[in-house]
Design a protein around this ligand. Structure first.
Ligand SMILES: [Zn+2]
Length: 69
């Protein structure tokens, strides 16, 4: 299992939703979640162990929470 960096959901590495960046492959559980990552990759990189990403997402998007599920 792999921890989705956008919302903390665990995803299988066999998922079809992936994004390769800087030689690293990121896995997502859905297209919307992957798109959220692609919109601003630096915001999510290196934060795998942090909690509360959804709240940060909501704050960073002008009060418009980005839903991905
Ligand atoms: Zn998600």
């Amino acid at each position: 299992m792999y921890m989705n960096t956008v919302c903390g959901v665990k995803v299988k590495k066999s998922t079809q939703y992936r994004c390769k960046l800087n030689g690293k492959t990121f896995y997502f559980h859905g297209a919307a979640c992957r798109q959220t990552f692609k919109d601003d990759p630096p915001k999510f990189m290196g934060r795998q162990k942090k909690k509360g990403l959804i709240a940060q997402l909501a704050e960073a998007s002008d009060g418009q929470p980005k839903t991905c599920h």
